[in-house]
Write a protein that binds this ligand. Sequence first.
Ligand code: UD1
Length: 369
Amino acid sequence: MSLCSRIINIVGARPNLPKIAPLIREMQRHPGIEPLLVHTGQHYDDNLSNIFFRQMGIPEPHINLGVGSGTHAEQTAEILRRIEPVLLEQQPDLVLVVGDVNSTIAVSLAAVKLGIPVAHVEAGLRSFDRSMPEEINRVLTDALAKYLFATEDAAVDNLIREGRPREFVHLVGNVMIDSLLHFLPFAQQSRIGDELGLHDGKGWQSFGVLTLHRPSNVDSTEKLSEILGAIDTVARQVPIVFPVHPRTQQRLAQSGIKYHPQLRLIPPLGYLDFLCLLSKATLALTDSGGIQEETTALGVPCLTLRENTERPVTVSCGTNVLVGTNPSKIVAAAEQILRGDGKKGRTPPLWDGHAAERVVEILLRNGPR
Ligand code: UD1
């Protein structure tokens, strides 16, 4: 590695932020690395972006490309167009991307075309469902990256099966769980339980947390109303807190779907409040990828409202159950958890709070180019 390597780190959407935070922190500890941070602006609302920077101590981005929302082609193309001059001017030795959002593939493509190597953190995850926009982003990013940092064994197997050179692939653990373990003590000080009336002098009452934002679940009124119908049945037994993603909010506003008052719709939460709720919840119901992992790390039973997962270790080892979107299956699985018979799990190997250290150590050892 040269005397000092300039690494441009990319964030775009909310789930990127808990992944980048420990990586930047770790890079800052090494004089051999000059980390820069670029925000594409894919997410721009305060509660999807800025609040995470503040709470997690992520440094202010050097540049915000300000791309905003759009169709997939518009958003991807706009990121490609706006990142290229930044890469030409900054001349980084490496570009590091995380996750599977449009920013991940767009910046990777721009970088490799300029001969700049790419590191992909959270490489190799596959749902094998090409109707998911994220699956396309994953497959393409992994085809381009030189450093493929994997969270679980299945991801390593996928990359090897796809013909990626073995020496590019590194099983390092899960940087998002680095953040979870680091911030959990701070999250426990959150007042969100009092604010929502879930916590009093005697402690926490039983409650569930729901998140829904996958296009396949929320873009059709019929589908969304079917899922919320099942959640209503669960909410008659236990309050369900539902921080609503803007995509889902738009659909709810258009559709006029009614729901039980124990289903508590609230705006998206910051990282610490959400982590506090998740850690105290009796059950989580979600279609998010990250929450499947966070509940596994916390030992909280999770029902994934999808037919597949790109994170199979959360099922084989953790607390996750792929319940799908059939209403009667959702209700039956939730009632099983409420009876105290939820899935028990273990923490997957290397989800120990040190994944970012491994990533940076490998980059320092190999040199970016
Ligand atoms: C994006 C990611 C998804 C990730 C999710 C996490 C892609 C393809 N999708 O999906 O993988 O799980 O983020 O949240 O990269 N909006 C706002 N404020 C914002 C951002 C968006 O109101 O700050 C609204 C816009 O109207 C937009 C809609 O939400 O049209 C959806 O946003 P978009 O970034 O297109 O996709 P997400 O569903 O957020």
